[in-house]
Structure formats: structure tokens, C-alpha cells
Design a protein around this ligand. Structure first.
Ligand code: SF4
Length: 903
């Protein structure tokens, strides 16, 4: 509940200073409400501002009055942050290599701010660099060296930064008679750091009348306690509770404070959209006003319109990862945004080409075929090449603005919405902040400049302003001291409340402990969180403190600091269901029509896909129909080297070329191993031509060389270990074509190789560079690996008198090299199974008959259009199938998710 004294001091025109901007805005709004309700038609605006803005105003006054005698140049935060980064980088180059200089610089800046806020105003770090253990190069000693360098740079520039300027202000206070008798109220501060205390004392000493008060006062009603099953349920309960109150009492202000909002902002926003304003989730409603606001913001670099600008600048400077350029071309912040779908199609082309990166000219070339107007417009600006010489930050800003304007950013979207406008304003402010870096670094090279800009955009938080909303979702520190009509605080479990200590590692622990600095010790966190809990409990007439019963599979308990909450926690009603679930529950029952047949195929039709379509029909009829009749293609991935299909092609080509040259076992026996290796090397070089030269060119040289070595090594090993020991054979056919008609459909194949064995019979051999089904499973009720059977039938159809008595898969795969096959007479190829060993057959003729009937039945299914989603063996093929989003097997009755994924 609001401290009533505050409205009186605001009405009296006193300055009210708050710990954060949100509370200052809330107090100003309450002042306006009070004036309106008091019947005033005009009134003076409230003077309420956060601490930082108050210091800035004092600083400007002191400058205007000429009271600042020493360093008067105040470095903007972005410039100070950049200077820290350069200081840390310089040391990393000259002395201590660091894994992540950016993170180290951020930590150092945080330590520098803590040092000033919680120190006594002197250069304490000097003692740490002189300590006996400084030679050990510990973290405080490293920080001390950085701090010394940073201070030296500030002195050389005649500048101060925000960490140190309160000290300058307090020295200036005596020269500012205008501050005498001024009334200031510090409202809602949980604590004051020593630096703040010193400044307040100095201002009081010169006559400023400063008082401090709470912003909220206790209510008669004690907070209630609640628990949710999980952190997600807890948030849903809080949102649902807020919605009920907002609907029941329009005009109320409801707060939801979330302990870990920074980590869960996306999840909380999605839940809020679903439970508070489901209708606004439809396309085209993104800019509509929501009934809630959510604080903490997101990095400016991640805001779409700014991310697009950064990527466009990066693309002008050099190639980007392919997926980033594809995303860029789909952006609505390019001219003619309705062409995005056309532009999106280039991604598939780039995937097929195996491009990992795309440069400006490659993007232009790709655009030509899908959006010639944009390609034409961009070609006109292609002469812009970021200068390689060093330029000033201001010059870079000019070049970037010109470039973005020339390529059409931020597009021709007509009226930008409010959040987009604010993002573009924030972008302009970012560019100005970057230009200000010239104070510490007058010249920068192109890539350096862009890196710094990206880093600034990544650290700047963007929080678009929105009109006051009934429901405010915010972090606990922001919520502390805010007066609401109702407040729910989420996440107060014993393991998080109080938080674990997390002292800054660059400052000595003893120094932090002595000063009870933030996050230094468990005792300090306990004391601070006690105060925080008390202030949150005073935030509204109705306050709920909640915690989850379970988090990440661990049970959670209520924080002991909530002992004053009323009674045992209660589970407030059922966890609300989402709007999508509600629609599904309320929907009228739908008529279900089973449509598991594709149109039949006419007799005599040639079916594409060869043996693969029959294999797919056997594994899952829907898969065969989708792949070979509906032409469904899974979205390609981008492998690190060659993909499995490309490796298979190269191996097939290499083996075919080899056996065309060395056409029999006798010829192989006449070659020493070295000679075999030479022939294989020549054949693999010849095979490389099967892949386009551009494909090889896009592979890193080391990867391309590794692929060639892998290919020749595997081929040589196969020939030496599996071909040389075989009984005599002659390679009678290589890459030969054959076709067969089964169940009225025509199928065509290319057979890798046919050998004539010593007994005059033929052996069909198929190379495999991946998984192979063992021969024991070939004769299952639904045939597996039907390829060799189909080849045998096709060869028989072409040459009825040929005695095919052996079929084999040559599995040429690292770690899985072996031959799988069956032979009527295993003596012709030791290692293969006899037909009677793998099935119930008494003769080879029975095998051929079985193939004819069983494979013919599968082709008959295909012809009849049978397309049921019935994968074999309870979903076993689904593990290697990319069609799950299409067939929705996971929703098939009788087949659980676990069965599909674990099969
Ligand atoms: S995922 Fe399974 S059920 Fe779906 S098409 Fe593939 S094999 Fe058939």
C-alpha cells in the first residue's frame, strides 16, 4: 500500500528520488490520479525520478554553474564499457591470455562499480596489486592492474565515469548554493551503499533537506501462501488469478513478480499471451495493445529490426553463415516484404549446393532468379565496400546509415508499429553511443568497428514503453516498493530465496565481506532478502507468495522467510488450461473418416524408385506413398563433410571403375597390394568427378582431402580383406541395368555387379556404405531388404537360363565391414550363409519362388494404393524416417511416443 506521505510531498513540489524508473513513473501516475480525483483541472507535474537521473540533473546543474573544477568530461556508459574492454584486451595480448575477453571486461566493469559504490572512495585496488601473493597472478591482482590502466586512461582523457562521479559531486556540493534548502525525499530504497551515504551526507551538510521513507506501508491483511506443481504451473496460476481480478475490478493495478524472470522471460510472455489475451495471438495482432506489460526487456541485438540491420552490415563486410543470410532474405524489413516467400526459396538451393557461408555477391546472384527487382536495386549499391583503412567511429556510423538506406532497410512496411519505432530510435541512440567512442578510440578498422557495434547492441537492453496496463509482470527487485492493488510473488522456494551468494571473483572476498557488499556472503543475502520479503509483503492489500512443489525433478519447499505468510500453502484451484486446450475440449466431436488408400496405379505403369519403393512399402506403406507418389522430400541438412548419399556415390563409382580395370580374381591375384592401392587411388580420383566441382570447392581443403583418403582407405581394405581371399571369380557385369514386372507394375534397377563363380553360377553383389539388414531377417513375413531378391528376379527375367545362386551385400563401412549374403553352395563363397541356414528353404528354387510371391504381394499393395500408417515392428523404421511431421505417427492410436522413439 502506498505511503500516503509521498503524495503530499509530490503535491508540495518536492523532488522524490526512487531506486528505479518504474517506481518513479508509478508515483507520478498516482500523483496525477490524486490531483484529478481532488477536482484539479490543471496541476504541476510530479518531480519523481530514479537515483541515476537525479545525479545526472545535479551534475548538469553543477556544470552550468561552473562549479566543477576538475575533470568535467563524463564518459557515457557505452564509452566506459568499451574502454574497459580495450584495457582487458591489451593485458590479454601482452600478459594473461583469456578465454573470453568480453566477459572478463563485463566482470571488471561490475567490480569497478562495486568498488566505488561499496568502497571508501580511495584507490583500494592498489593494495591488491602490491599484496604478497600478487605474483601468483590471482584475480584481484589482475583486476588491480586493469583498474590502474583504466584510471590512467581516464586521467589522460581528463574524464570521469559514472562509477566515480558521485565523488566529484560531493566535492562540488559546497560550491552549489542553489542546492541549499531544496527538499528531496528518497523513497523506496531497501539500502544505501556507502558511496550514496557519503553523497547524501555531503548534500545535507550544504543545506539540502533530504529525508528517506518507505514507498509502501504494511496492510492489515497478511500475505497468503500458495504452491504450484511446477514453476510453469505457478506462473499460470498467478496469471489466471490476475485475469480474474482485472475482469472483476477494472482499473485495478495487479503485479506479478517473478524471482527468475530474466531467465524465463520468453516462457512467461507465451503463457501471458495464452491466458491473458488469446485472441491477440492471431497473425496481424502483434502490435495491438496487451492487457499486460513485462519488464526487463531483451538485448537490442535480438530485436528483429535491429538484428536485420546488424546482419546487413555484416553481409556487406564479408560472408555470413548460410542460415543467417537465408533468414535475412526472409525478413519483413526488406523492400516488398510480401516477396519473402520467393526469397525464402534460395535456402533450399544453398542447402543442396552444400553452402556453409554466403557472401554479398552470392546473395545477389541467388536473388536474381527469385526477386529480380530487389537484385536490381541491390546491384546498384554493390560498389559499397567497407573501407579497409581505419576510420573514425562517426565516419563508420555515416557509412552504415548510408548502406542501410541504400539497401532499403527497414523496408516499405508503411506505418511501423510503436515497438518498431522505438527499436529504430534505440538503434539510432546506439549509433550515437558508438560514435561517442571516438573519445577513447579515434580510429577503428571495419571489422573492429562492427564487432564493437554488435557487442554494444548485445549488452543494451531494449524495453519498449507501453501505456499503463492493468497487469504488470516484473522482477522482484523492481516490484519491491511498488504499490499495487494486488501482488503475486512467484518462485519463493527455499533453494532460491534467499539466493546463494555469488561474490565478484575479481574483488577480494575479505574486502567484500567487511563491507557486506551485494551477493558477498550467505549472511548478507539472508539479511537483505528478509528486508526484501518484508517490502514485498507490503506491496498491496492482497499479496500472495508462491513456490513450486518441484523444480527440474527436485522437490522444492517453501522458503523459511515466508513464515509470516498465513498458514500452510494452498494449491489455488486447478492449474488453468491453455486456450488451445479449452478450444479442443469445447469443440464439437468431429466425424472421423479413414482414408488410407491412394488412387490405384494402372497396370503396366513404370514405378520410379526401383528397389527403394518396395522396401519402403514393406517398412511402412505410407512412407512409400509419401516418398514415391506424393514426391515428399525431407528438408535437407547441411553435413560437416560429404553427406552419406554422396559418400555412397563415390564408393560405388570407385568400385565400378576398379572392377572394370581388374575384371577377375585372377587379375587381382596378379597385383601386389601397392599396385591395388595405386589402381584404387586412380579410380577414386575418377569417381570424384561424379560430384560437381563446386561441391568440392565448398568443402574446406582439409575435409576434402580427408574424404578422399577415407574413400581409398576403405576401398583398399575391402578388396584386400574380402575380395582377395575369395575363391576364383570373374566380374561379368558392372553397373548393369535390368527390369522386372511384378503385380502388373514395371520396376527398373541398376545392379552394382554380377560375378561368375568357379562353378559357373552367378552372384549378385550390391555395395552398401551404411546400415545392412542381416540375411536372417530377409525372409520375415513382410520381406526386409528386398533389393537383392528384386535384382535376382529382374536378372532372371532378362536371362532366364542364367543360374543365379548367390546374392550378397558388400557392407563397406568403417567399423562395420563385412559381407552379408546367401548362397546355394557356400563353398563358392565361404562366409556366406546357406539358404537352409537362414530360412526354411530346401532349394534355391524355393527362394526364387518366395521372392516372386512375397515381393509381388508388396508391389500389389503399392499398385492398389495401400498407404496405411503401419510401420513394421511397432515403429522400428520411424527411427530413420524423416516423415513424422507428415504422418503424425505419434498420435496414432495404440502406438505410444516411447514406442516410436525407443523402437
Ligand atoms: S515416421 Fe514411421 S509411420 Fe511415419 S511414414 Fe515414417 S515409417 Fe511410416
Amino acid at each position: 500500500m502506498l505511503e500516503p506521505h509521498l503524495l503530499a510531498v509530490l503535491a508540495a513540489g518536492h523532488t522524490v528520488v526512487t531506486p528505479n524508473n518504474r517506481l518513479a513513473r508509478r508515483l507520478a501516475a498516482l500523483h496525477d490520479v490524486a490531483a484529478r480525483e481532488g477536482g484539479a483541472r490543471t496541476w504541476a507535474a510530479a518531480v519523481a525520478m530514479p537515483w541515476s537521473a537525479w545525479l545526472d540533473s545535479l551534475w548538469r546543474e553543477a556544470l552550468t554553474a561552473g562549479a566543477v573544477g576538475e575533470s568535467s568530461r563524463l564518459l557515457p556508459p557505452a564509452t566506459a564499457s568499451h574502454l574497459w574492454r580495450r584495457v582487458v584486451e591489451a593485458e590479454a595480448h601482452s600478459r594473461t591470455p583469456l578465454m573470453d575477453t568480453g566477459a572478463a571486461a563485463s566482470l571488471a566493469l561490475e567490480a569497478w562499480n562495486l568498488l566505488h559504490a561499496w568502497g571508501s572512495g580511495g584507490a583500494s585496488w592498489r593494495a591488491w596489486s602490491q599484496a604478497a601473493d600478487a605474483a601468483a597472478d590471482n584475480d584481484p591482482a589482475a583486476f588491480a592492474r586493469w583498474a590502474e590502466r583504466y584510471r590512467a586512461r581516464l586521467n589522460a582523457l581528463g574524464a570521469i565515469d559514472h562509477a566515480g562521479f558521485p565523488e566529484v559531486l560531493l566535492r562540488t556540493a559546497a560550491s552549489m548554493p542553489a542546492w541549499r534548502d531544496r527538499n528531496v525525499v528518497l523513497a523506496g530504497f531497501l539500502e544505501f551503499a556507502p558511496q550514496q551515504t557519503r553523497l547524501i551526507a555531503a548534500l545535507i551538510a550544504v543545506g539540502m533537506r533530504i529525508t528517506a521513507c518507505d514507498s509502501v506501508v504494511p496492510s492489515e491483511i497478511r500475505p497468503r501462501s500458495a504452491e504450484g506443481a511446477t514453476p510453469r504451473d505457478e506462473v499460470r496460476m498467478a496469471l489466471s488469478w490476475a485475469r480474474e481480478r482485472a475482469l472483476a475490478q477494472p482499473g485495478t493495478t495487479i503485479g506479478i513478480a517473478i524471482e527468475d524472470l530474466a531467465q524465463r522471460r520468453g516462457e512467461v510472455r507465451a503463457l501471458a499471451e495464452d491466458l491473458l489475451c488469446p485472441a491477440l495471438q492471431w497473425p496481424g495482432r502483434a502490435a495491438d495493445l496487451r492487457p499486460y506489460s513485462i519488464s526487463l526487456g531483451s538485448p537490442l541485438a535480438s530485436v528483429p529490426v535491429v538484428a536485420m540491420a546488424l546482419d546487413l552490415l555484416a553481409l556487406a563486410a564479408g560472408p555470413l553463415p548460410m542460415h543467417d543470410v537465408a533468414l535475412l532474405l526472409r525478413s519483413p524489413y526488406l523492400p516488398e516484404k510480401q516477396r519473402w516467400a520467393d526469397r525464402a526459396s534460395v535456402e533450399r538451393v544453398w542447402l543442396d549446393e552444400g553452402r556453409r557461408t554466403v557472401g554479398w555477391h552470392e546473395a545477389l546472384a541467388a536473388l536474381q532468379s527469385v526477386d529480380s527487382a530487389l537484385a536490381h536495386a541491390w546491384r546498384a549499391v554493390r560498389t559499397f565496400v567497407p573501407a579497409q583503412h581505419a576510420s573514425s567511429p562517426r565516419e563508420w556510423v555515416g557509412a552504415w546509415r548510408a548502406w542501410l538506406g541504400a539497401v532499403g532497410w527497414p523496408g516499405d512496411r508503411g506505418v511501423l508499429d510503436s515497438a518498431e519505432h522505438q527499436a529504430i530510435n534505440a538503434w539510432e541512440e546506439l549509433l550515437e553511443a558508438f560514435a561517442g567512442i571516438a573519445a577513447v578510440e579515434p580510429l577503428m578498422r571495419a571489422d573492429d568497428a562492427l564487432t564493437v557495434l554488435r557487442s554494444l547492441a548485445a549488452t543494451q537492453v531494449f524495453q519498449p514503453q507501453s501505456p499503463t496496463t492493468p497487469i504488470q509482470i516484473l522482477g522482484v527487485l523492481e516490484a519491491a516498493g511498488m504499490p499495487f492493488d494486488a501482488l503475486w510473488v512467484v518462485g519463493l522456494s527455499a533453494d532460491r530465496w534467499p539466493a546463494a551468494p555469488e561474490p565478484n571473483p575479481l574483488l577480494p572476498l575479505t574486502w567484500l565481506r567487511e563491507r557486506a557488499a551485494p551477493r558477498a556472503t550467505a549472511a548478507r543475502e539472508l539479511a537483505y532478502t528478509r528486508v526484501l520479503t518484508d517490502v514485498l509483503a507490503r506491496g498491496a492489500e492482497e499479496v500472495v507468495f508462491s513456490h513450486p512443489r518441484q523444480r527440474d525433478d527436485y522437490p522444492c519447499m517453501r522458503s523459511t522467510l515466508l513464515a509470516d505468510s498465513e498458514g500452510e500453502p494452498t494449491l489455488l484451484g486447478d492449474t488453468p488450461i491453455s486456450v488451445a486446450q479449452a478450444i479442443a475440449v469445447a469443440a464439437a466431436p468431429l466425424e472421423s473418416i479413414s482414408d488410407e488408400r491412394a488412387p490405384p496405379i494402372a497396370a503396366g505403369t513404370y514405378v520410379r524408385g526401383g528397389a527403394r519403393v518396395v522396401e519402403a512399402q514393406s517398412d511402412c506403406p505410407f512412407r512409400a506413398t509419401a516418398l514415391f507418389r506424393l514426391d515428399v522430400e525431407p528438408w535437407p541438412s547441411l553435413p560437416e563433410g560429404l553427406d552419406p548419399a554422396e559418400r555412397g556415390t563415390l564408393m560405388h563409382e570407385t568400385m565400378a571403375a576398379f572392377w572394370r580395370k581388374v575384371d577377375s580374381h585372377a587379375a587381382l591375384a596378379g597385383l601386389a597390394s601397392d599396385a591395388v592401392a595405386d589402381v584404387v587411388a586412380g579410380c577414386s580420383a575418377q569417381a570424384r568427378a561424379r560430384l560437381p566441382a563446386t561441391r568440392w570447392a565448398r568443402l574446406p581443403a582439409a575435409v576434402a582431402a580427408g574424404e578422399t583418403r577415407r574413400l581409398t582407405g576403405l576401398a583398399c581394405r575391402w578388396i584386400e580383406e574380402y575380395e582377395r581371399p575369395r575363391p576364383p571369380f570373374v566380374v561379368s557385369r558392372v553397373e548393369t541395368r535390368a527390369h522386372v514386372t511384378l503385380a502388373g507394375l514395371s520396376l527398373r534397377f541398376t545392379l552394382d555387379r554380377v560375378d561368375t563363380l568357379a562353378d559357373g553360377t552367378s552372384a549378385i553383389i550390391d555395395y552398401k556404405t551404411g546400415h545392412v539388414i542381416p540375411e536372417a531377417k530377409w525372409f520375415d513375413a513382410r520381406p526386409r531388404a528386398p533389393q537383392l531378391g528384386l535384382y535376382a528376379l529382374a536378372l532372371l527375367a532378362e536371362a532366364p537360363h542364367e543360374a543365379i545362386r548367390t546374392v550378397a551385400f558388400a557392407q563397406i563401412q568403417p567399423g562395420e565391414m563385412r559381407v552379408h549374403g546367401i548362397a546355394a553352395n557356400p563353398a563358392t563363397w565361404p562366409g556366406l550363409s546357406s539358404v537352409s541356414d537362414v530360412a526354411w528353404f530346401a532349394s534355391w528354387l524355393q527362394v526364387e519362388t518366395w521372392w516372386h510371391e512375397a515381393l509381388g504381394a508388396l508391389v500389389g499393395e503399392l499398385r492398389a494404393g495401400i498407404a496405411t500408417v503401419t510401420p513394421r515392428d511397432n515403429g522400428e523404421p520411424c527411427r530413420r524416417c524423416e516423415l513424422q511431421p507428415l504422418c503424425r505417427i505419434r498420435s496414432a492410436p495404440g502406438l505410444s511416443n516411447d514406442e516410436v522413439s525407443d523402437a
